[in-house]
Design a protein around this ligand. Sequence first.
Ligand SMILES: [Zn+2]
Length: 311
Amino acid sequence: MAEDDLKSYWPGTVLKSGGSRLFRLVFLALLSLTAVAGAEVIKMEAKTGDRFEVKARKIQPGEPLILTWVEKKSDLATVDFLGRHYELKANSGQPVFLPLGLDLGVKPGRQILEIALWSGYRQSDQINLEIDILARDFPKKKLTVDPKYVHPPSEVQERIKREAEILDQIYNQTSPEWLAKNKFELPCDGRLSPNFGQQRIYNNVPRSVHAGVDMAIASGQPIKAANHGRVVLASNLYFSGNTVIIDHGLGLFTVYCHLSKLLVKRGVKADRGQVIGLAGSTGLSTGPHLHWAAKINQARVDPLALLEIEF
Ligand SMILES: [Zn+2]
């Protein structure tokens, strides 16, 4: 798909084969991103004068990385990272940046972030950034819940499957424009459990990893959008109960679960701070709380990390 887009953007150019008649000079800049405590900012400069920056809170599973094309000299930058392909066009007027996610389940070790720069019909430079993903220990927790959530009855299996497909479709269709602005904010004032990544053992059965954070909040309290975006789901799901998903653009989504009431409809715009629903305990939940999650191009990331990034 991405490769087809690229071919139509650069007609007649064979990108990955050595048979191209066009002369391509590829400079390789190998840079290493070493993880230390505190926020990371890595600056890179290509031979073309294009400059990039990678910002991250930590280089670990469940963390977002923000790639920004700071100084644009080429027409197009293509980015390959963790099996996904992205295109950044220099003429978009907007600041050009790309949120990238290190999924909660990503294997620690070295990964390469490849940036290729294109001008006219030729690749003018390439930057390979070595990213060393550090291991991270996630806590475990035992919980007792209604057995229907650990072993869903056969009559709801179809529903669960359908909902998983809908969610997959939603996360694969994002606004090509960045809809959020500046900083993300907490969606409510509830007491926060930093339980992102916790391994859940339900009724002694190890189940999925907890891909969000929980905030204890009384039923009926307002839940607000963490930033501007478009509501792409506002409905009742088996596991997450009444759920709102907001698309902030460029593959970044925030998710609000277990609401007692939905106050927005799918398709509408939501502004940061706008009340989108009321807190509750619907779906797989042991008491009133907000489960807040974030995804970047399908990667499950800690939503609290978004609060520390200036977009
Ligand atoms: Zn939760």
